[in-house]
Design a protein around this ligand. Structure first.
Ligand code: MGD
Ligand code: MGD
Ligand code: SF4
Ligand code: MO
Length: 877
């Protein structure tokens, strides 16, 4: 094996670590990741407890602390909610939690409760005879829904007239209840989440490679790894606490190298440079070419674990021949990245003892999403880097509870990672619900969200129930979405805590209780389950989503085959107990968990059962994958066309617990820049805002930090267009336009980037415009196209033209602390917090939490066959 030069991250010096127990005060708007706590490989990640309280509340004034976890991203940081006088007044990270060891990021600190006392929905709203939304009461609103529902069920279309578009932000108990009433009660296959826009590709890639959804890796792999590859993942802004965990290795002895695959110069890309790794900045829409190039290099250089490939994988020859044409030079031409960088990245992957990979929207929301994400799985399989410390794959989630949407089948799957195409799996569900198997729709795959919206457009779906998502800002091609929501013959129900852009189109608006106002569980990226307590009463008459759906099931009088209520539980814990039964014997096994067990201490990663009573840190230590015909969640697809593989063909492959090396050639994206629209348009996030800002936009600190949209251009592109920092520019695609102040940024030429957070709730009735009237929602521009396997829309792709509208009056509002930093910092004020935004960081003497053992070791007590034992096993006590 060739060795690669290791360079200490030179340019940046770690900040002083305060002595234990000393609380430092910091501005976590300016200092996003907080104080470094550097440490060496195979040593525990130190504890640092972050907390923030309302300015007028001191820690000793807090009446009580209620255990929870943050719901502002998929990281799932354990926290306690501070309650005073019946109100939420602050949060504190949980030192004992395996996820965050006490830390919280800016959204958690400044955005988790601040919204709770603002303009919340407190009563149901019903559209009156004048067409206006008017305040109403629960009986009237629910009866309006139930009457319409019953009318539609009595037509020939039956349950097919109903569709549900839900969330990745509700609780497990809510999804499971919705899933049961939708599938076994109404018999509709039209149920999906905004998770389709988010992590459908994570699920698809895991299913295609390993047979089932379920995260193989663990966050604790960061402590043990030698190289971190981030594919289309701006972790520094989107899972800030996980990034702090990486930084603490990067600033310690024997740091891992970082490799970033992203067209923008994110903080991740900067870390790649500083650690002697590589920043690959492919043109949007070329990820699969790049992955084929990396794979070819790994194969050609013999960086392979041939024994692992032979024993635990299928289809190596097909993969090898598919990637053969992708020489570094050929790939360099397609992706416009230097061939030497491709070689170097492959060498780091091929020669590091342990590699951790993470994948997110730069891959999932782009062209050939599932193929490119499976290619990451392939690289790990080729080197046998899976199922042991430091060798994780994190096919990331984005939303805090997206994992549960998928597990519970509220997203276009069947509950418990069951295969809709396996009659025994359907039979199991029918038994659990005590209904006839034919009551559960399984004649075709469950309908994905993009198709649900198409059915609404065509008119076959006549009742659309939207919960916990704001599609009038977040779906692609907003002019089309608004037209659908306005349709006369579509009855729209919106269940939310706020009168969102979407709620304004509804026939009935149901006021929902949100985080801290209801009890339930949820599961983060690395399978860790947290219990979130009810800290305060919901405002006015707002109700938990669970209670709303239980009420609907009661009013509809859904019954099982014995004539008893179909949904027999009446509270969150009852739903959780029912869910446990649904998971018995599945990979996603919750049977060893209970609310009681989740109280105190740390969140616990599934599977939790008799074999692993304290949970499971990482999967597949025994290299036994759930690909057997009777276990798998899917029979798989052709990655290029999305064509489904049938049971016979799958059976003939005799996977028998081996993983699939799935291959696909690169094909060009459906839309590429041309003369009239010369730019590639892509969109994403800033650290300070969450999605459509219903929570973060109501936090003073976060609103100040990122108040309005900006449009990022490279320095050379801006010069060509005659655009200076802060000038107003217009970006147009064949579908629509947005305007904003230009940020002369550090991205690659030919690419224009805009955050997608900014809709129009501050300016009702303006269809995607800002209070001053300019259109500013990125999704005015995006296209209605999706990946053939995961059906995830291609938000990161499309062509656009950029024109200058007016001279600016000052710098753009793009934050200066992260990827949106200006190329020329002079004259642009730094993004900082204001008075009252101080946060406390306490270096705690408490020992760091200890992760559970991997599955195979939990059951057999020995390392998995065919894997190299770690030289220094990671211990946290
Ligand atoms: N602050 C904050 N954090 C969040 C969220 C939030 O709204 N705000 N949302 C949460 C959710 S639901 C999600 S899904 C995650 C998303 O987390 P990320 O995926 O990290 O976030 P994005 O900014 O959408 O996209 C990541 C990167 O993809 C890059 N990219 C664009 N096009 C391409 C391409 O063609 N190829 C490659 N390789 N990269 C490309 C962009 O430049 C961007 O930096 O964040 C979660 N965390
Ligand atoms: N152009 C572009 N578009 C994108 C993306 C992109 O990168 N670029 N990313 C996509 C991704 S990954 C995602 S995840 C989506 C996110 O898109 P959305 O899901 O539309 O965004 P949110 O603003 O998080 O909407 C969640 C809604 O749920 C409400 N809510 C919060 N908690 C509760 C609760 O407990 N109960 C109920 N009933 N409601 C609640 C909030 O008030 C909010 O209105 O956007 C997608 N759209
Ligand atoms: S990293 Fe995610 S889960 Fe943790 S505090 Fe930040 S937003 Fe919340
Ligand atoms: Mo997402």
């Amino acid at each position: 094996m060739r060795s690669v030069e290791r360079r200490r991250p030179g340019t940046r010096r770690p900040r002083r670590t305060p002595p234990k127990e000393e609380a430092a005060v910091s501005d976590r708007i300016a200092d996003v990741w907080g104080t470094r706590t550097p440490h060496a490989r195979d040593t525990p990640w130190p504890v640092r407890v972050d907390s923030h309280l309302d300015a007028d509340v001191a820690e000793q004034d807090v009446d009580r602390w209620v255990q929870s976890a943050c719901v502002l991203c998929s990281n799932g940081c354990g926290c306690d909610i501070a309650v005073k006088d019946g109100r939420m007044v602050g949060v504190r990270g949980r030192a004992a939690d395996t996820v965050n060891h006490g830390r919280l990021g800016p959204k958690g600190l400044y955005g988790s409760w601040q919204w709770s006392r603002t303009d919340r929905l407190t009563r149901p709203l019903v559209r009156d005879t004048d067409g206006e939304l008017a305040e109403s009461d629960w009986d009237t609103a629910m009866e309006r829904i139930v009457t319409r529902s019953k009318e539609l069920l009595a037509t020939d279309a039956g349950g097919l007239s109903h569709a549900f578009y839900t969330s990745g932000q509700l609780f497990l108990e809510e999804y499971y209840t919705l899933s049961v009433l939708g599938k076994a009660g109404l018999g509709t296959p039209h149920m999906d989440g905004n998770t389709r826009l988010c992590t459908a590709t994570a699920a698809a890639a895991l299913k295609e490679s390993f047979g089932s959804d379920g995260q193989p890796g663990s966050y604790s792999d960061i402590e043990a790894t030698d190289a971190v590859f981030l594919y289309g993942h701006n972790m520094a802004e989107t899972q800030t606490v996980l990034w702090a965990r990486v930084l603490d290795r990067v600033h310690g002895p024997n740091p891992p190298r970082v490799v970033a695959v992203d067209p923008r110069t994110t903080k991740v890309a900067e870390a790649a440079r500083e650690t002697g790794g590589v920043h690959l900045a492919p043109l949007p829409g070329t990820n699969q070419a790049l992955m084929n190039g990396l794979t070819r290099e790994i194969v050609h250089n013999g960086w392979l674990d041939e024994d692992y490939i032979a024993r635990h994988t299928l289809d190596f020859d097909e993969l090898r021949s598919t990637v053969e044409p992708y020489t570094p030079e050929h790939v360099a031409e397609i992706c416009r990245v230097p061939a030497a960088d491709i070689r170097r990245a492959a060498e780091i992957f091929g020669t590091s003892e342990r590699v951790l990979s993470t994948v997110l929207q730069g891959f999932y929301q782009s062209h050939q999403a599932t193929a490119a994400s499976c290619a990451v799985n392939n690289l790990h399989l080729l080197r046998g880097l899976i199922g042991r410390p430091g060798c994780g794959i994190l096919q990331m989630n984005g939303q805090p509870t997206a994992q549960n949407t998928r597990e519970c089948g509220a997203d276009g799957d069947l509950p418990g990672f069951r295969n809709w195409n396996n009659s025994r799996h359907v039979q199991e569900l029918a038994e659990l619900c005590k209904v006839d198997p034919m009551a559960i729709p399984h004649w075709a795959p469950p309908t994905h969200a993009m198709q649900i919206w198409r059915y609404c457009e065509q008119g076959s779906v006549k009742l659309l129930w939207i919960s916990g998502t704001n599609p009038a800002v977040s779906l692609p091609e907003l002019p089309r979405v608004r037209e659908i929501l306005r349709r006369e013959n579509l009855f729209v129900i919106v269940q939310d805590g706020f009168l969102t852009e979407t709620a304004r189109f509804a026939d009935v608006v149901l006021p929902a209780a949100m985080w801290g106002e209801k009890q339930g569980t949820f599961t983060n990226v690395n399978r860790t389950v947290h219990l979130s307590g009810k800290a305060v009463e919901p405002p006015g008459e707002a109700r938990a989503d669970l209670d709303i759906w239980l009420d609907y099931a009661r009013r509809m009088d859904f019954r099982n085959r014995d004539g008893a209520p179909l949904v027999p539980w009446s509270d969150a814990e009852g739903a959780f107990e029912a869910w446990k039964e649904c998971t018995r014997g599945r990979l996603v096994d919750y049977t060893g968990l209970s609310y009681e067990k989740l109280r105190g201490g740390s969140g616990i990663p599934w599977p939790v059962n008799e074999a692993a009573p304290e949970g499971t840190d990482r999967l597949y230590a025994d290299a036994e994958f759930p690909t057997r015909v009777d276990a798998c969640e899917t029979y798989g697809h052709d990655l290029l066309t999305g064509g489904a593989i049938d049971e016979q063909t799958y059976r003939a492959k005799r996977a028998e617990g081996r993983a699939f090396l799935k291959a696909a050639p690169y094909v060009p994206p459906p839309e590429t820049p041309d003369e009239s629209h010369p730019f590639a348009f892509t969109s994403g996030r800033t650290v300070y805002q969450f999605h459509t800002r219903t929570k973060t936009g109501r936090s003073r600190a976060l609103r100040r930090a990122a108040p309005d949209v900006w449009i990022e251009l490279s320095r050379d592109d801006a010069a060509r267009l005659g655009v200076r920092e802060g000038d107003r520019v217009r970006v147009e695609s064949p579908r629509g336009a947005m305007e904003g102040a230009a940020r002369i940024g550090r991205g690659r030429d030919g690419v224009v980037f805009a955050p997608f957070h900014y809709g129009s709730w501050e300016a009702p009735g303006t269809d995607g415009a800002a209070p001053d009237g300019h259109p500013r929602a990125a999704n005015e521009l995006t296209l209605t196209e999706w990946d053939p396997v995961s059906k995830q829309p291609l938000f990161k792709l499309g062509k656009a033209r950029v024109t200058k509208v007016a001279d600016g009056t000052g710098p753009s509002p793009g934050p200066t602390t992260t990827a949106s930093a200006p190329a020329e910092p002079d004259g642009v004020p730094r993004t900082t917090g204001g008075p009252g935004d101080e946060t406390s960081e306490r270096m705690d003497a408490a020992p760091p939490p200890r992760p559970p053992v991997p599955a195979a070791q939990a059951s057999s007590g020995r390392p998995a066959p065919g894997t190299t034992p770690a030289t220094a096993p990671y211990r946290e006590d």
